[in-house]
Every structure is written in C-alpha cells, then in structure tokens.
Design a protein around this ligand. Structure first.
Ligand code: MTE
Ligand code: HPA
Ligand code: MOS
Length: 776
C-alpha cells in the first residue's frame, strides 16, 4: 500500500513534516500511523510456505491432565504438526525472576488459558478448526481466585517483603486519631491494540530470527535459547514497533515468540503466531488485583505519625514479574507524603489466575490507592477534607522515604501549591458547594491527587543501556538502541538527541529497528526509563563522534579543536560559519580513515539498594505532580461525567512537549479507566467472564473528562533525566486515582449516610448503590 508513491514525493512530504516539527516536536510516527503504513508483526512480509500457529490452552483453572487426544486434530487436512512439552529440546521453563512457569503444561494445569500445545497448520483457520477437535480430560482440583483465599491456604509465590521506617508501634501510642480499614483494587486489561504475536524464520545453520511484539527483546532471545537448548547468538530478535505494550509485553510477549521459534526449529519453516483478541484476553495476565489493609495514625493537627499496610497481591499462577511489582508497591506506599513511622508488608499470593504482570505504574498505583483510601477514611471520620490531610503531610526536601532514600529536589508542595493557585481551586470548591446546595438530582465531587513516582528499575543492575550510532558516508545517520517504540514516542526523542548533537535536520537521522544483534543484553523498555537510559547512551555515542569530527575539521581548517563547533549542517569556527559542510566533513573523515561508528554504554550513577536491609537509594529521581478532578453524578441513574481534570505536572524540562502531553493525557485516562470503569471478572472456577469488549468497558471518547488541562511545573529539571526531560510514561496514570475519590465525595454530598467504600473500580452500579444505601 505504501509503495505506490515515489520516494521523492515521500521525501518532500517528510521534509515538510519535519519543518513543521521543528516548531513543536510531534511524535514522528504519527506520519505513518495515520497513513496506515506503520509496520506491526502482522504486517511482516511472510515467506512462501509459512505455517500459522494457534495455541491450545487449558479449559480448566486447576487440575491434573488425565488424557489428551490429538488424533482428530492431527488428521485434519492442512495440519502440519502439534507440538507439546515433549517436543522441547531444552528446558520447559520461561520464568524470568523465578523458574516456576512452563512454556507448555506437562501433567497439571494452573490457570484457565494455560498453554498446553501449539497447533501448526497451513492456515490460521485450519489451526483453529483443529483446536476444536482436541479432546482433553482434566481431573479438577480446588481453584483459588482471590489473594485472601491464597493467604488463608498459605499459597504464595515467594517470601513476603517488608519495609520499615521509625517505629510504628510506639508512634501509634502518641496518635490522637487511629483508623483501620481494608481496600480492594481490581486488575486491568492492557488492551494494547496490537495483540501478542511473533513471526519466526529459519536462517542458515540452524539460526532463527524472530520478529516479536515485545518490550523486552533480550528476554525473548534468552528464553528462546533456553527452551530450544541453543546458544543465544543463534537467536536474533527484531522489533519494529508495538501497537501498545503498557507493561503487558515486558514479559508476556515471550511465550508466543518461543512457541513460534520452537515450531520453526522442528519444521525448518517460517511460523507466524498472532493471538486473536479472545485468546489474548484469556491467556495473558493483567494488572494485579490487590486486597490490602491499613492502619493510619494522626495527630490533632492532621500530621500522619504512623502508617501500616499489608498488601495482598493476587499474583496468579506463576511469579512472572510479581516480586518486582510487589517491591514497587512498597516503594510507593506513602505516595508523596512524609510519614516518619512506616511498616509495610507485601505478600505475593499464588492463585489460579493467569500470571498477572507489569502494567503502567508497576504496583505503584496499587500502593498509592491504599494510602489515599486511608486518608479519605480518616478525613471523613475526623470531619475534615482529604485535602487538609494531604496538604499537611506533603513531602519536603531532605525527608526520608521508608526505603532510606533522602528526598532531593522535591516538588510535592510546589506542584500542589501551583495547582491550587493556577486553577483557583478554592473558587472551584466554592462552585461545587453552590452547585450541590442548588441541585438535588445531580451532585458534584472534587478530589486532589498528588503523585510522587520513583524513576529507575527498582532492580539496580537493570539500569543500563547501549547505543550504536553509524554516520554513513553521505552524512545520514543510523541509530540503534534497546529502546522499543510502543507509542510513547521514544524514537522521536532518540532522533532529537542525535539531531541536536550533530546539528543536522531530523530527516538525516534514522532510528533502526530494535535488534539484539546490534544492541545486546538489554533491559526491557519499561519503568518509564527507556528515554533516559537509551537516550543517555545515544548522547554519549553522538558526543564521541562529534569530538572525532571536530578533530578532523580542526586539522582540515587549520584551527584548534576548541574553536570548532557544528551548526546547521556546517562547521563553525569561533561561532562563524566556515565553507566546510556536514557532508564534506563526513567525506573527509572517511578519507582520513577515521571511524564513523560509535558504541556507548550508560549505567545510571548513584543508585543502589540493599535488599537484606531494604534500604538504599534506588531511584535516580522522582516525578511529582498534582491533579484536581471534578465530577458530576446523576443521582437518579448513578451515572457520572468528569467535568475536569486539572494537572500541574513535573516534566523537568520537557524535550518533546507534544509527546509528553500525550503521555500525561493517555496515562490519566488509563488511570481513570482502572479506577472507575474497567471491571475484570473471573467466576469461582477461574474462568474469565470479562472476555470481550462487550463485557469489559474501557474509556471511550464519551467517558473522557470534558476538560483536561495540563500545566508544566516550573522546575530546573534533573541531570539524571535525558536533557533534563523527566520520565513521563507511568507517573501520570496515578492522577486517575483522584477520579475515585471525587466520586466518593459526590455520593457523600447526596447521601450523608453513605459509608465511603474503597473498592475499585467505582462503576456506575456501585455509585447507584452508594447513593441509596443507608448505613446508619
Ligand atoms: N504509551 C503508549 N502510547 N503505549 C504504551 O505501550 N507504555 C507505558 C508508557 N506509555 C505505553 C505508553 C509504560 S507501562 C511504560 S513503562 C512507558 O511508556 C515505557 O516507555 P518509556 O520508558 O519510554 O516511558
Ligand atoms: N519497573 C518496570 N519494570 C520492571 C521494573 C521496574 O521497576 N523492574 C523490573 N522490571
Ligand atoms: Mo511499564 S509497566 O514499566 O512496561
């Protein structure tokens, strides 16, 4: 489709686009996105003879496999082969953190949707038909679907983790108010537009290349090598872009790639495996549901003196990333507040759900929901606003987090106060009060939501990246990093860096696919750190090349190196334009036999964490912000509409304002969806009931707030952020938590007898029940 335009027309159009971009940088991918030209796994040009695969998965959540009869499926014309655990030449193991997850079930099944076999056929249609012909006999075992049940039965993934600061026991004795309670936050479906998938092709000498929709190419490579019993260098992973990941492809893109590669290994033919939406929803894990309990103690002047929380994480049937996610829950348990005495504990509870996994915020949102609930509960019992408690406890410079890090360059109060004044929050509160006095069928609610999110992989050794930069002899540039473009705009940011260092137009830069043969041993694109880590590596590589080019230029022009600079595709001497252009400089560098390629490695400095003490300095920096959310509830129907979300966000010094604003708005809506609409439901047998978009409601155009206004916080930025532009991918999701509490307040305005609930999502049904409950 994209081939019927001449290259020249395309190029001149791109030129025009990039000129416009210089004014305000937009995501450069929008050009191919809107034309339908962006390439996803399903768009790979497949080889003649390619086979298509479909996964046969468990129709029960827990049991022993008594018998499977594949004979009818195998006999179907067009079925090439059915692969099971017996066909695995290496290890039947895909667990990344803990080795507790087989690629294919052997003797027992642990969740509904657990892969058992791969049906390889001439077409996907035939493979699906064959799947319906497989007979399986499972002896059912008891099913655990909730974290509480798992805890009661002692079913855990690993040992619990606990953070502590000060002495909560002693501090509670000094509190004027103490409140305890329980909260629940549900899971969340990633609903990336591009479902999970991979395409494996045989190369020479038994080597295999996989095109995968993964955030973690190295994880796919390493796991494929492990399962096939091959060395990693025999497996090449290539990623062009993802149609969304949201954490759902940090770990869980791996099994499908491994399965496709296993089939390629046996059949010496290309194999394509792309899940359809139903299969994806059923077989993959989601955000972890949490059941938590808290105890909060305050002084008369509303200072939080002590906070205890126990988090029960519903991890699902295998560890996946649960231990790391549990850890991040503890890191964010006190959000942007300073609490001098804290004891938190998290238990990763093993249940018979698909293994739950990374999802934007990575356990942080779940932890933050609990302290916000505790504050709301305390406020309603004491008879003050949540805002009063929130404001009295905001983090200050040099405060200590429960994990020992000293808070530096804190923007908690700055963002809070800026939001209050820039958005005239007192006026807004008065408006709401007046509205509520004058209306009986509609009520409004307001909530403040401050955020504080730590940037870095919590697992310190993962904080590194590399970049490989080539300058071609015509002066065009190719950049390879480990960054995976998943819609967050990281490719545009990488281009900006190279363009800025060399002072050449953005169209001279190409971001290559993410490929394990060019950049190896990488961390996944996750933790909002992709641009920081890969961008710093790119910056280093480009700067090294720049130094080399300056040297060549100084020799050529007979001036000293420190007089040379590059500007707008020309060499400048003491800020004066010379005759020597970028392209000529590159040819001269070639003729002098000086390398035009550079590889750089970046590892975040300063960070460390000691898991035996649960203390350290795990984050390069924190991102702050404050959102003010207002909602109107229709008190006859229980339906609601968000009037506005007004945000002051700490971008540092944003290097790409359009992209970063898109991240804030997208994350906000995703957070509101999690808190209000999206209701994952499994029945007691562990079967996913919300298995289609007819039964799983996500935000659409009609559920976004009428007004979303985001103002950048004035700050100096942070040196560990790429070009002082702070990580932006995950933090704003947590502004969505404000939506939950705005709703609570609106219900309370209608029904003074309403007992606040801390059980997300706050769906219209729950709102309606709350409006008419009589708890007194
Ligand atoms: N934005 C889009 N459009 N698509 C995505 O899949 N993933 C989010 C966030 N924003 C995502 C996104 C998640 S979970 C993370 S960790 C970051 O982007 C990853 O990219 P970054 O590290 O470049 O911010
Ligand atoms: N965030 C996101 N993904 C991760 C992390 C993290 O802290 N650690 C391991 N994978
Ligand atoms: Mo994001 S949850 O770290 O992929």
């Amino acid at each position: 489709m994209h081939k019927n335009k001449s290259h020249n027309t395309l190029n001149s159009e791109l030129d025009a686009v990039s000129k416009a971009l210089k004014k305000s940088i937009k995501n450069l991918d929008s050009y191919t996105h809107v034309r339908g030209e962006s390439l996803y796994v399903d768009d790979v040009n497949i080889r003649q003879g390619t086979f298509h695969a479909v996964v046969f998965d468990s129709p029960k959540a827990h049991g022993k496999i008594k018998h499977i009869d594949y004979s009818k499926a195998e006999a179907l014309e067009g079925v090439e082969r059915i692969l099971t655990y017996k066909d695995i030449p290496g290890e039947n193991e895909i667990g990344g953190i803990i080795a507790d997850e087989p690629l294919f079930a052997e003797y027992d099944v642990h969740f509904w949707g657990m892969p058992i076999a791969l049906i390889v056929a001439e077409s996907e249609f035939i493979a699906r038909k064959a799947r319906g012909l497989i007979d399986i006999d499972i002896e059912e075992l008891p099913v655990i679907t909730t974290a509480k049940e798992a805890k009661a039965k002692g079913s855990f993934i690993n040992a619990p983790r606990s953070f502590s600061l000060g002495n909560t026991e002693k501090a509670f004795a000094d509190c004027d108010y103490i409140f305890e309670g329980e909260t629940f936050s549900n899971g969340q479906e990633h609903l990336y537009i591009e479902a999970q998938g991979a395409y494996a092709e045989p190369l020479e000498n038994g080597n295999i290349k996989i095109t995968s929709s993964t955030q973690g190419p190295t994880a796919v490579q390493a796991t494929t090598a492990r399962v096939l019993g091959l060395a990693m260098h025999k497996i090449e992973i290539d990623v062009t872009r993802l149609g969304g990941g949201f954490g759902g492809k940090e770990d869980q893109a791996t099994p499908w790639a491994v399965m496709a590669a296993l089939a390629t290994y046996h059949l010496n033919q290309s194999v394509k495996l792309v899940l359809n939406r139903h299969d994806d929803l059923r077989m993959t894990g989601k955000r972890h549901p949490y059941e938590s309990s808290y105890k909060i103690g305050l002084s008369k002047d509303l200072k939080i003196l002590a906070y205890e929380a126990e988090f029960l994480q519903n991890s699902g049937a295998a560890a996946d990333l649960s231990p790391a996610i549990a850890e991040r829950t503890l890191f964010h348990a006190t959000n942007s507040y300073f609490v001098p005495n804290v004891t938190t504990k998290v238990l990763s509870c093993k249940t018979n759900l698909p293994p739950n996994t990374a999802f934007r915020g990575f356990g942080g949102p779940q932890g933050m929901f609990v302290i916000e609930s505790a504050i709301a509960k305390a406020a309603s019992e004491i008879g003050v606003s949540s805002k009063a408690i929130q404001e009295a406890n905001l983090l200050d410079e040099n405060d200590t987090f429960s994990y020992g890090q000293i808070a530096k360059l804190v923007e908690a109060k700055n963002s809070w106060n800026s939001a209050k004044s820039l958005f005239n929050s007192e006026g807004l509160e008065r408006e709401i009060e007046t509205f509520n006095q004058n209306n009986s069928n509609f009520k409004k609610g307001i909530a403040f939501m401050p955020i504080c999110f730590g940037i870095s992989f919590t697992n310190t050794p993962m904080n590194h990246a590399r970049a490989l930069v080539h300058i071609y002899l015509d002066g065009s540039v190719g950049v390879s990093t480990a960054a995976v473009e998943m819609g967050q705009g990281v490719n545009t940011k990488m281009m900006q860096i190279a363009a800025q260092v060399f002072s050449i137009p953005i169209e001279k830069i190409k971001i290559e696919t993410t490929n394990t043969t060019r950049v190896a041993n990488t961390s996944p694109s996750a933790a909002s750190s992709t641009a920081d880590l890969n961008g710093k590596a790119t910056l280093m590589a480009c700067n090294s090349l720049l130094e080399r080019l300056k040297k060549v230029a100084s020799e050529d022009l007979n001036v000293s190196e420190n007089e040379i600079s590059l500007q707008d595709e020309f060499v400048y001497i003491n800020a004066k334009k010379s005759e020597l252009s970028w392209t000529e400089l590159i040819s001269k560098t070639m003729l002098k036999r000086v390398a035009l390629t550079e590889n750089a490695h970046y590892a975040t400095p300063e960070i460390h964490f000691d898991k035996t003490k649960e203390k350290g300095h795990p984050f390069a920096y924190h991102v702050y912000g404050t959102a003010i959310t207002t909602v109107t509830v229709d008190c006859t129907r229980g339906t609601y509409e968000f009037d506005s979300v007004k945000i002051v966000h700490d971008y540092g010094k944003s290097m790409s304002e359009g992209i970063d604003l898109g991240q804030v708005e997208g994350a906000l809506i995703q957070g509101i969806g999690w808190m209000t609409l999206e209701e994952i439901a499994y029945n007691d047998d562990g079967k996913l009931l919300s298995n289609a978009l007819s039964t799983y409601k996500v935000p659409d155009l009609f559920s976004v707030p009428k007004v979303v206004e985001t103002i950048p916080l004035e700050t100096k930025g942070h040196d560990l952020a790429i070009l002082k532009s702070k990580a932006v991918g995950e933090p704003p999701l947590m502004y969505g938590i404000g939506a939950y509490f705005a709703l609570q307040n609106a219900i309370k305005a209608f029904n003074p007898n309403y007992n606040m609930k801390f059980h997300a999502p706050m769906t219209a049904e729950k709102v309606l029940m709350g409006l008419y409950e009589d708890s007194k």
